[in-house]
Design a protein around this ligand. Structure first.
Ligand code: URA
Length: 433
């Protein structure tokens, strides 16, 4: 087999076979296929796509290129949840302890934030002392003991995806749906859970800006999951404005804790309930949404979910007192209120602009090696549909830097305010089974 022939085959719209895909992936991982040939192939895939069978074989080849987590010794039902990434998305922090309190086991390998989207690991590391680098033995023991663990994905999982993702990032080949679906699913499948819930974000702050592409991505991932015999569901959710109020690491952990105390912004709560309910139904813990909602209400009301979060922090060497004492989180020197200069209704809050402003403050990384500041961020005070008077708060900037008029203006510009009444937006758009 020659790599160049396979590049030409794909360029001409041909279908790659299982053997050909395995040859390409193992050749690339073993440095037998150079970056320039793989780049050319990736570009051909961007133009010609991958059909469902090719996506399946690519997922399998990437999953087999690294370590697979064996959860078979864990008694109980192991579930996993993945978000395609958004602004202010702290749902894992709330739904993991909720699900654990409801009787499921969540073995979660998470990533760091890059660009304008945040990462669960960076958020958790804002808790003083919190460790995300557990050994496999520690990870499995913790899941067995307290039913949840959230750790960093080791470099050994889906090795081919790691190498390919870095190449895609610099060759303009990230946004091919078949490549995204195989990339995400290779890591999810290697993580070992039998039930996979995918939160596919749609909108200005998401990878997928339009509903049609998000739908294709969701369907592709669900189909891959089914072909591997895993119960897989995707929920398309709104990322046209930041989720909840908080954008920034410790601010988001605090908001997730508030949710576990029965408080927190309505859209964030609604999404947590929707995602957790779907998993409780998928796993037959409950037969209906009504019953799922009641069970979630109960584990929040009796403190069981909050206690699971506290246990996770304790097991992962963080300070568990943060759960009740938010002053233990790193604090910023300044809080600057951004106010509305007009009255009217909020028609849009540009999630991408807010995410980028938070990144400018130091909440995210511009390059992989940047350090982040856990305390900084933005709280969005006026969400879509909100009726504003002149002088009302749009947002609060949490910063350690000097007053930056450009940044304040940027945050202000993220809000579109009009005179006509605007309805608030639905958080869950549709579900793909
Ligand atoms: N997230 C991933 O893990 N892979 C992609 O290709 C895109 C988003």
């Amino acid at each position: 087999m020659r790599t160049v022939d396979l590049i030409i085959k794909k360029k001409n719209g041909g279908e790659l076979t299982a053997d050909e895909i395995r040859f390409l992936i193992s050749g690339y991982v073993n440095n037998e296929i150079p970056d320039y040939q793989m780049s050319s192939l990736l570009m051909a895939i961007c133009f010609r796509g991958l059909n469902p069978i090719e996506q399946f074989y690519l997922t399998e080849a990437m999953m087999d290129s690294g370590e697979k987590i064996d959860l078979s010794m864990i008694s109980g039902i192991c579930v996993d949840k993945h978000s395609t990434g958004g602004v202010g998305d702290k749902t894992t922090l709330s739904i993991a302890p909720i699900l654990a309190a409801c009787g499921l086991k969540l073995a979660k390998m998470s990533g760091r934030g890059l660009g304008h989207t945040g990462g669960t690991l960076d958020k958790l590391e804002s808790i003083p002392g919190f460790r995300i680098d557990l050994s496999n033995e520690e990870f499995l023991r913790q899941i067995q003991d307290i039913s949840l663990a959230v750790v960093g994905q080791t470099a050994k999982v889906a090795v081919a995806d790691k190498k390919l993702y870095a190449l895609r990032d610099v060759t303009g080949t990230i946004d091919a749906i078949g490549l995204i679906a195989s990339s995400i699913m290779s890591k999810k499948l290697a993580s070992g859970a039998d039930y996979i819930l995918l939160d596919v974000k749609v909108g200005s702050g998401a990878f997928m800006k339009d509903l049609a592409s998000a739908r294709i991505l969701a369907k592709s991932m669900v189909e891959i999951g089914h072909r591997f015999g895993k119960k897989t569901v995707a929920i398309l959710t709104n990322m046209n404005q930041p989720l909840g109020e908080a954008v920034g690491n410790s601010l988001e952990v605090i908001e997730a804790l508030e949710m576990l105390k029965g408080r927190g912004p309505a859209d964030f709560k609604a999404l947590c309930y929707a995602l957790a309910s779907e998993l409780l139904i998928m796993t037959d813990i409950v037969p209906s949404y009504d019953k799922a909602q009641r069970l979630i209400d109960q584990v929040i009301a009796d403190g069981a979910a909050l206690e699971r979060f506290r246990e996770m922090v304790r097991y992962q060497a963080g300070n568990p007192d943060v759960v009740f004492d938010y002053s233990l989180f790193p604090q910023t020197k300044y809080q600057i209120e951004v106010i509305s200069e007009v009255c009217g209704y909020v028609a849009a809050v540009d999630a991408l602009a807010i995410g980028q402003a938070a990144m400018q403050l130091g909440a995210g990384r511009k390059t992989k090696d940047d350090c982040i500041d856990s305390a900084v961020g933005i709280k969005v005070k006026a969400k879509v549909g909100c009726n504003l008077q002149r002088g009302d708060a749009l947002a609060v900037i949490y910063t350690n830097g000097i007053n930056d008029p450009d940044l304040i203006e940027e945050v202000q510009r993220a809000f579109t305010i009009i005179q006509e009444k605007v309805e608030s937006e639905k958080i869950v758009i549709e579900t793909v089974y």
